[in-house]
Design a protein around this ligand. Structure first.
Ligand code: FRU
Length: 491
């Protein structure tokens, strides 16, 4: 990967020649890894989902965007609209780094409705002459005609005393007639935490305090916080950086998880159980939630990780967003299911019913690179079941189910080129109940595995060769009676 100078990273894309942009676009378009039903950057790097909202009949989805290459440089927000969260219309960049306060990046933030208008609150990232970071929270109003009016000055100018300039990613929510913003922060002792602000007019914000939790010394920075209530439970989500792996948990470079319990907003006190990971896959970070058309809680994540090089970097682009998931809490368990509307993408249903045994079996005529696969485990006397997807003579992506331990393992050791540095090639999650169902979404270079109707999810990029289209099932010993339903997905 070529080295990018600071000047190159902080170049405005409006200043780049049309020819250079056309060249970049044509390099990107030649990539064999372009996705078909996921939001991906037209060029350059995508990271966090931003400004998610459903308002006046339209969904709005934006994301962090550095247009000029697959590095974290000068960030914009790139905007899409959608009627159903499945088909998206690109609207181009909506927030650009063009003021003193956001001169070095429009960082992550959220959307909210106030007086019937959409507002965005985001972090303005500024670097001074000594390259010192200055973070402030900025506000932008979307006018009725769709034009965006940025407020000239930050609405929260700086972190409170006792906190560093790692102060970002405001998530605004409404609670009893007032607006609140939860913001990711770091204490001067370099501990990650969340700060809470309150406002009655969206413009003037008062610092309420640090959110009290039972977590002490839990990483050095908490990014991308969120708060919402679902099925009578309060959930605070955030992405702690600097947590050590514990057995099969916290294996990625940075984590993304949640606390569930009761949040006393007036006093900023969260009573909660353990911090739990949202996703057990390799590539998942910075999720954000919002309320959908029917009041349901929907989550979209970034299918990538910071500080990691991906095989598409050389092709001038990196990353995509996850498919949207609907959240619910059932019997105390947070469940994540792909949104129903994804069924609009289904075509060409094929089904198969049969026993899998230790002789590896190719599911003919099944094959594909972009599809949804439902696997019902109707009876299982096997010690372990192996599902292989995107297989060829040289590549395979394996999902293992170990019956005794109820563990699902995703093995991408032979999937194709891997993101670097490689931190293990297997990810494991233990199911709460024996495996009955898998719902798997495969796109050109990704796999999202929903286990037991949303009990666990594993989200990962994979970069298989183009000819790797096979699907196989087998067991370690004993047999399993399985039903497969496969749909091609037309994005
Ligand atoms: C998380 C993050 C945010 C920040 C943004 C910058 O991936 O580091 O904390 O606002 O990305 O692109």
């Amino acid at each position: 990967m070529r080295e990018w100078t600071r000047e190159e990273r902080y170049q405005r894309y409006e200043d780049v020649s049309t020819e250079a942009l056309i060249d970049l676009k044509s390099t990107v378009n030649q990539s064999p890894y372009r996705q078909t039903f996921h939001i991906q950057p037209e060029t350059g790097l995508l990271n966090d989902p931003n400004g998610l909202i459903y308002a006046n009949g339209t969904y709005h989805v934006s994301h962090q965007w550095f247009p000029l290459g697959a590095v974290h440089g000068l960030k914009y927000w790139y905007h899409y609209t959608s009627e159903d969260l499945v088909h998206f219309t690109p609207q181009g960049p909506i927030l650009k780094p063009d003021t003193q306060y956001d001169s070095h990046g429009i960082y992550s933030g959220s959307a909210f409705l106030f007086d019937g208008q959409i507002y965005y609150m985001y972090t303005g990232n500024h670097r001074d002459e000594d390259w010192q970071r200055h973070a402030s929270q900025m506000l932008a109003k979307v006018e009725t005609d769709g034009t965006i009016h940025k407020f000239p000055k930050p609405v929260i100018a700086a972190p409170p005393e006792g906190y560093t300039q790692h102060f970002r990613d405001p998530k605004v929510f409404l609670h009893e007639d007032a607006l609140y913003a939860v913001i990711g922060a770091q204490t001067v002792q370099e501990e990650g935490c969340l700060l809470l602000y309150r406002s009655e007019d969206a413009i003037h914000w008062t610092f309420k305090g640090q959110v009290e939790t039972d977590l002490a010394q839990f990483g050095y920075m908490w990014e991308c916080p969120d708060y919402f209530r679902v099925d009578g439970h309060d959930i605070i989500m955030f992405c702690p950086q600097g947590i050590d792996a514990e057995g099969e948990h916290f294996k990625n470079i940075y984590q993304s998880g949640y606390l569930m319990g009761q949040f006393d907003i007036e006093n900023q006190v969260m009573q909660h159980g353990d911090f739990k990971e949202l996703d057990a896959g390799f590539d998942f970070y910075a999720p954000q939630t919002f309320e959908g058309k029917e009041g349901q809680r929907i989550l979209i994540g970034w299918m990538g990780l910071p500080d990691t090089q991906y095989p598409t970097d050389e092709e001038g682009w990196a990353h995509c967003l996850t498919i949207p998931r609907e959240l619910s809490v059932e019997n105390g368990i947070l469940k994540q299911r792909p949104i129903q509307a994804l069924q609009h993408l289904r075509t060409n249903e094929e089904t198969a019913l049969g026993y899998a045994n230790k002789f590896q079996r190719q599911l003919h005529p099944y094959e594909g690179k972009q599809y949804e696969m439902l696997i019902d485990v109707l009876d299982n006397e096997a010690t372990a079941i192996y599902f292989e997807l995107r297989t060829s003579k040289t590549a395979t992506t394996v999902i293992e189910y170990h019956t005794r331990t109820q563990e699902i393992v995703l093995d991408r050791s032979e999937s194709g080129p891997l993101p670097q540095p490689v931190d293990g090639t297997r990810r494991t999650t233990r199911l709460i109940t024996p495996l009955t169902q898998l719902q798997i979404f495969v796109d050109t270079s990704s796999i999202e595995i929903f286990c037991n109707d949303g009990e666990r999810v594993l989200t990962s990029r994979i970069f298989p060769p183009e000819g790797a289209t096979g699907i196989k099932a087998s067991t370690e010993s004993g047999q399993a009676y399985l039903k497969f339903t496969k749909y091609e997905l037309k994005g």
